[in-house]
Design a protein around this ligand. Structure first.
Ligand code: NAD
Length: 350
C-alpha cells in the first residue's frame, strides 16, 4: 500500500500501523501536524472494508483536526486513530488495552479521545495503559451543570453561537422568529434545538429515528418532516447535524435556506460544493469552525481550566464565524477556502 503517493497524504508527520494478534487489534494512528502542540483527535472504530479505506479515513480526519484546533485557537496539533472492526461485535477489553499501548508509543505526541464507535468506558480501558487519553471524565461543564465527559453540550453551544452569529451578520437580526431546519436531532442536534427554541426560533426537524424528533415536537413545538426533505425546507438556516455529505450534487439545487450552519463533520460531499454555494449566494459556515466546541471542551478539561474560560472560548466561535463570512463576501472566496487560509496561517507560519 502506498502512503506517500496516497491522494490524502498531506505531509503527515507520522502514520503508524498497529497489529496485535492476541487481541485482534488492527489500527492506524496518524499525526498530521504538531507545530502548535501535541496532536489530539478521536478514535473511530468502524468495519472498514479494507485497510486502504481505513487509511484514507485516518489521513483525512487527522488533517481536519489540525485545521480545527488551529482555527479554535488551541495550542494543539491534529491527529486521529482508526480501529478496523465492528464496534457492536468486535469490541473487547483486551482490544482497548492493546489500543492504549499503541497510543502510548507516541509518548504524548498523540492524545486519543472519543469518536464514532468508541465510548468513555473504552477510553477508560485505554487509560490504564497510557496517560495520553482524553475524555475519560470531565471536571466541569461550560454552564455549571454536572459534567460527565460527553463533549456534546459544548459542541452544541458552540454551534448555537455560530448559528446566532451567522443570522446576525447575514440578516441583521436576532434568532427570534427565524426558522431553523435541523437534520439529525441526536446528542448535538437536540441540544442545539433547545438553545434555538430558548432564543425564540421556530424549528423544523428530521431524523431517521423517532426518539429525538418526538422530544423536539413535544418539548419544543418543532415541526417534524421526512429526512428526505429537511434540506429543502423554506427556512432561514439549514443545520446539518447528522452524518457527512449533507451538501451534495442532489441536495445543493434544492436547499432554500440562505445560511447553512450545523454540527456535522464533512458536510460538503466534494470540494466544488463550497464554490457552488458561493455562486448560489448561500452562506456556508465551515463545519470544522462551528463544531469545534468538543475539542475546546477536551482542551479545557485537560488543562486545569474553568467553566468560565471554557464558555468564553466557545462564545468566540461566533466572532470567528462573522470574520469568515465577512472575508468570504468581500474577497468573493468560498468560506471554507477562507477558513483554510486562516487556519494555515496559524499552524504553518506561527
Ligand atoms: P448522534 O449520532 O448522537 O446524532 C446524529 C443523529 O443524526 C442521530 O439521531 C441519527 O439518527 C441522525 N441521522 C443519521 N442519518 C440521518 C439522516 N439521513 N437524516 C436525518 N437524521 C439522520 O451524533 P452527534 O454526536 O449528535 O453528532 C452529530 C454530528 O456532529 C456528526 O456528524 C458528528 O461527527 C458531528 N460532531 C459531533 C461532536 C460531538 O461533540 N458529539 C463534535 C463535533 C462534530
Amino acid at each position: 500500500m502506498s502512503l506517500f503517493e496516497h491522494p490524502d497524504f498531506d505531509q503527515h508527520e507520522q502514520v503508524s500501523f498497529f497489529h496485535d494478534a492476541e487481541s485482534g487489534l488492527s489500527a492506524i494512528i496518524a499525526v498530521h501536524n504538531t507545530k502548535l502542540g501535541a496532536s489530539l483527535g478521536g478514535c473511530r472504530m468502524w468495519p472498514y472494508a479494507n485497510s486502504q479505506e481505513a487509511l484514507t479515513d485516518v489521513l483525512r480526519l487527522s488533517k481536519g483536526m489540525t485545521y480545527k484546533a488551529a482555527m479554535a485557537g488551541l495550542p494543539q496539533g491534529g491527529g486521529k486513530a482508526v480501529i478496523i472492526g465492528n464496534p457492536r461485535h468486535d469490541k473487547t477489553q483486551a482490544l482497548m488495552y492493546a489500543m492504549g499501548k499503541a497510543v502510548d508509543t507516541f509518548k504524548g505526541q498523540y492524545v486519543i479521545a472519543e469518536d464514532s464507535g468508541i465510548s468513555v468506558q473504552d477510553l477508560q480501558y485505554m487509560a490504564t495503559q497510557s496517560h495520553h487519553v482524553a475524555g475519560t471524565s470531565a471536571k466541569f461543564a461550560y454552564d455549571g451543570s454536572p459534567a460527565d465527559g460527553n463533549p456534546a453540550p459544548s459542541t452544541a453551544y458552540g454551534v448555537y453561537m455560530g448559528v446566532k452569529a451567522a443570522v446576525e451578520h447575514v440578516m441583521n437580526s436576532s434568532l427570534k422568529g427565524k426558522t431553523v431546519a435541523i437534520q439529525g436531532v441526536g446528542h448535538v442536534g437536540l441540544r442545539l434545538a433547545r438553545h434555538l427554541h430558548k432564543a425564540g426560533a421556530n424549528l423544523i426537524v428530521a431524523d431517521i429515528f423517532n426518539e429525538g424528533v418526538e422530544i423536539a415536537k413535544n418539548e419544543l413545538g418543532a415541526r417534524v418532516v421526512d429526512p428526505q426533505e429537511i434540506h429543502a425546507m423554506e427556512a432561514d438556516v439549514f443545520a446539518p447535524c447528522a452524518m457527512g455529505g449533507a451538501i451534495n450534487d442532489k441536495s445543493i439545487s434544492e436547499i432554500k435556506a440562505p445560511i447553512i450552519a450545523g454540527a456535522a463533520n464533512n458536510q460538503l460531499a466534494s470540494k466544488q460544493m463550497d464554490k457552488l454555494l458561493l455562486e448560489k449566494n448561500i452562506v456556508y459556515v465551515p463545519d470544522y469552525v462551528i463544531n469545534a466546541g468538543g475539542i475546546i471542551d477536551i482542551y479545557h478539561q485537560r488543562n486545569e481550566s474553568s467553566a468560565q474560560a471554557l464558555r468564553a472560548q466557545l462564545e468566540q466561535i461566533g466572532d470567528t464565524v462573522k470574520n469568515i463570512i465577512t472575508r468570504s463576501q468581500t474577497e468573493k472566496k468560498p468560506s471554507e477556502e477562507v477558513a483554510n487560509i486562516l487556519a494555515e496561517e496559524k499552524f504553518k507560519f506561527s
